[in-house]
Ligand binder design. Structure first.
Ligand code: ZN
Length: 284
């Protein structure tokens, strides 16, 4: 038996993102109502974290805190207990607008701790903005999920943990398969895992594969004892010829991988405990 076996696997569903549109896959939820319905299905299928962006009616991304507030309210009502994670990613706004929803105090928010290239531009995360976002997360009790698009981002997260800018054990997500950034590469993945185990002993970590690499990265992560992210934000297909019918279908695929690897799927209660998040009262 490996130490990965029997350890609950936390499944995060990234429901919308800032790029895919209904032209890519009609199942991409755009309105708040669609987002709530899609998240509810994914929650029932086994996801315990929802990673969310919000969109304008014309499908373009926005950082509008009012939309995030409506989404949070709906999620708390329809998916009680589920961990709510908002994106502070850079496609939906610039500078401090990216953190405008943090006063809503979601359970978690994504935090990029360094810059890298995206397919058509620089993903710009200057040190002062990173520190401001991390400070807002401390102020409002939001746990960051560090998005590691590069090996240096893992080291930066650890530095921020050691000097208190990230107050608790960092939860680091490896992101692989973004064009012009880190590809889906097994030796690099293994080195990421080894580095987190060395620098954050006992820390939880997860991984996301973008596009066709999603399933591959899910397999690697579950087998290595990490947690898994899926969802239409990262990938709109089941395979080369088939569009994913829903976020729940992508979650179901990770559930199957967990079964094959003898890992139970984490309930939201287990996920909250493993990530050190506040307990919430169970719905009656
Ligand atoms: Zn995102």
């Amino acid at each position: 038996m490996t130490d990965a076996q029997n350890k609950p696997c936390i499944i995060c569903v990234a429901i919308t993102g800032s790029l895919p549109t209904k032209a890519n896959n009609p199942a991409v939820p755009i309105s708040i109502e669609e987002q709530l319905e899609s998240t509810h299905e994914a929650f029932e299928a086994g996801a315990s974290i929802v990673h969310a962006h919000v969109r304008n009616p014309d499908q373009t991304p926005t950082s509008d805190p009012d939309k995030f507030a409506r989404l949070k309210e709906g999620l708390e009502k329809h998916c009680p207990g589920m961990i709510i994670q908002f994106s502070t990613g850079g496609r939906s706004g610039a500078g401090k607008a990216r953190g405008g929803m943090l006063p809503l105090a979601p359970d978690m928010a994504s935090l990029s701790v360094g810059s890298n290239n995206f397919p058509t531009r620089v993903y710009e995360n200057p040190p002062d903005l990173i520190d401001w976002l991390a400070g807002e997360m401390r102020t409002y009790g939001v746990k960051p999920e560090v998005e590691a698009f590069d090996l240096s981002h893992i080291f930066q997260a650890v530095a921020m943990w050691r000097d208190g800018r990230i107050p608790d054990t960092p939860y680091i997500q490896f992101v692989m398969g973004v064009k012009n950034a880190m590809p889906v590469d097994k030796p690099a993945f293994d080195f990421y895992v080894e580095t987190v185990r060395r620098l954050v002993p006992g820390g939880e970590w997860c991984a996301a594969g973008i596009g066709a690499g999603q399933l591959t990265v899910n397999e690697w992560s579950v087998a290595a004892g990490g947690h898994a992210r899926t969802g239409l934000e990262d990938n709109v297909r089941l395979d080369r010829d088939t569009l994913a019918p829903s976020n729940a279908a992508l979650v179901g695929r990770v559930v199957e991988i967990c079964e094959r690897n003898e890992r139970p799927v984490a309930t939201w209660q287990q996920a909250r405990r493993m990530l050190g998040l506040r307990e919430v009262a169970q719905a009656a």
